[in-house]
Design a protein around this ligand. Sequence first.
Ligand code: RNT
Ligand code: ZN
Length: 459
Amino acid sequence: MRSPIPTPWSYTKPLPCARSVRALGSQRQGHDGSGILDSTLPASTGYAQAQERYAEIGVDCDAAIGRLASVQISLHCWQGDDIGGFEGQSGDIGGGLAITGNYPGRARTPGELRTDFEKAVSLIPGRHRINLHAIYAESGGLRVDRDEIRPEHFAGWIDWARESGLGVDFNPTFFAHPLAEDGFTLAHPDEGVRRFWIEHGRACRKIGAAFGQALGSPCVTNVWIPDGYKDLPADRKIPRERLVEALDQVFAEPLDPACNLDAVECKLFGLGSESYVAGSHEFYLGYAITRRKLLCLDAGHFHPTEVVSDKISAVLLWLDRLLLHISRGVRWDSDHVVILSDEVREIAKELVRGDYLGRVHIGLDFFDASINRVAAWVIGARAVQKALLLALLEPAERLRQLERDGDFTGRLALLELLRTMPSGAVWDRFCETSGVPSESSWLDEIRTYESEVLSQRQT
Ligand code: RNT
Ligand code: ZN
């Protein structure tokens, strides 16, 4: 059937990536997921039984595992150090970002953060990416302001990512800086302040392109700014006009999409910007469509009864690609650690049912300093993978047929039946063939790491 929707560009153009690199863990090779799984391992009785059960409803477990192995998750570095970064300035993080908790063992140096990250990814099946912020630059003790950062300040990250077989994504940091203290950056009324942040954005895109080029996999560089007002604004229009203009300057230089992909992240409200956020959903949806950028949807950035899962198929009619920040808001944009919640499951279903996995970049975005930070990464990433597995184990065509037939009773009953299918055995098989510990044993490794490494750190 021909699509009735006029699309200005092709949806499916593949992006070059897949360069062979040495990977973390012996069984992991190839950015595309190939060679990750050791399918020669004999199947357990539990898995064999699960395969039979799923086969009865027309689902192939091995195929689901194979597809899951190819999905990369971009793990946010900032869970490892409470968005501290390495600029060495103390002061408020600002931007409405609140980190609560004082669990010991926070990473204090790039080396510690990388070691913690390696531990986390060794407990997560598959091949993944690290998502860095500009404040994680390594400037060798010199003070380099945000408008002056260059790819060389990320040489340590590039070398490590290459060695570890990780892709990298990137974010300019429009907070935790004296020039962000007014709560405005790219939409600031002062031209000089705006100029500083524009230069920062431009510098970061070049760093993103350098990551993409060096690692052979496009870097998604995501712009999020905190700009907004706590209380009722007198003028909602002018800051938005300034923001369009500033963003256009940030993105003025064309960069090869094989190296860098630009994303813009919308938000309804924030701590200290409850009444007005310049970069709202409508603002950035329009911006992304007209400028052909990726839109970033953060699961914590909407009204509490509004869900990102419902937006995916709507915005992908108009956009080529999408970035997700999977987060968990509890009553507000609280950035709790992601778990296998109903909404994460719905997001995963949308990605699988809509055949969007090739067009959606999956990132995590949460920060919890009240529990073991390495475990937080593992819990969040594995939860997203479990949700994707559940989605891949759906008899999608059968569900659609029931819907087409108007048999909504049958549709609901089948969805309920799926909840008690033996998906745990399939997940265990995925972990086993990926060479990572099972659900019941990965925490032991974290406990050992905590007592041997994290507990030695005095903050
Ligand atoms: C803030 C946004 C943003 C940040 C990170 C640190 O509300 O979600 O993505 O969490 O850039
Ligand atoms: Zn986010």
